[in-house]
Design a protein around this ligand. Sequence first.
Ligand code: OGA
Ligand code: NI
Length: 366
Amino acid sequence: MDSLSNSFTETRFEYDPKTDLKAFDETKAGVKGLVDAGVVKIPKIFIRPSNDPPETPNSRLTNLQVPIIDLGGIDGRDRRDEIVDEIRRASEEWGFFQVVNHGIPFGVLSGMIDGVREFNEQDLEAKKEFYTRDRNRKVRFNSNFDLYHAKAANWRDTLTISMAVPELVPEELPSACRDTTLEYMSHITKLGETFLELLSEALGLKPDHLSLMDCGKVCSLVCHYYPACPEPELTLGNSQHSDPAFLTLLLTNQIGGLQVLHQNQWVDVEPIEGGLIINVGDFLQIVSNGKFKSVDHRVVSNRVGPRMSVAFFLSGVSVPPKLYGPIKELVSEKNPPLYREFTLSEHFGKFFSGALDQSILDSYKL
Ligand code: OGA
Ligand code: NI
C-alpha cells in the first residue's frame, strides 16, 4: 500500500474530511485506485452516517418485485395498447419497471458493459486524461460528482458522456470503449424515442406529444463502475436519490445492488440478463403533474465486483431557455397544477450544486 492510501486509513486525532477528499480526488484514480492499492478498511470519507438512510425491512421478506414488461409484439395494435397500460400502471405505482424483448441485441448490451470494464481497468495514465469535474467537458471521468457536497462519498467511479448539441464526435470518446459505446448509443437513442411515444400514450396524449416538447432531446450516458468493497455495510455504491432527468434507461451487469423504495421498503431489483431497467425521473413527474412517480433508489455495496451499470438519461433543452411545467392537457380545475414552471438550467444548476441525496422536486411544489 502506498503512503497516500495509508493516510486515508490511519486513525487521526483530528479528522478533516476536506483534506482527505482533496487527497483522494487528486489521485485521479477513483475508488478503483484504492482497491488496487489493497485497502482492507474503507477510508473514513466513504463511511455513511449510521442512521442515514434509515433501514427498512428487506423485500426478500415480502416478495415484492418491480413489474416486468414484455415489449414483444409492440407493433400489433392490441399488444401495443396492453403495453401502454402496463407502462401507465408501473409508472404510477412504482416509477420503475424492467423491460425484456426491447429489440437491442444481447451482444450490443454485453459489448457496452465490456467497454465500461475496459475503460476502468486500463492503465491509470490513460484514464487520468479524462478525470475532471468540469461540466463543460462532454466526456468526463471522476469519482462522486458530488464529492465535496455529500455527507459521505459513494463506493463508485463514473464516466459521463454528454450527448448535448453540438454533436459529440467519436474521437472525443475514450478509445477503450469507443466502438461499443457508439453502437450502444445508436440503439438506446432509438429505444428512448419509442419510450417517449409510449409514455405520451400512457398519459392519454398524442404519441408525439413528449417528443414535440423536446423531452428527450438532450441525453447523457452515465457509466458507473462499482468495485468490490471490503466493508460493504459501512458505505453505499449510490446514495438514496431520485433521478433529476426525464427518464432513465438502465443497463447493468448481473451483480445486483439496486434497490427501489416502494411502500417504505427497499425492494431489490434482480437484474434480468438481456433486460433493461426503466425509471421515471423528477422532470417527468412534474410534466405529468404528479401522475407518474420519480421514486427514490440507491445501490448497496457488495463484497463481489465490479458491478457495472450504464444509465441513459433523457432530458430536455436548456438552450435556448425553455419553460417546462405540468402539461396543460393534464391539468384542470379539478386537477390543478402541482408544480410551478422551471427551466432546465435552473433544475440542473440545483442538482449539480447539491448532494445526490437532496431532493429538488419539493422546491417546485405550488
Ligand atoms: C443513477 C443510478 C443505478 C445503478 O445513475 O442515477 O441510480 O444501478 N444508477 O447504477
Ligand atoms: Ni438514479
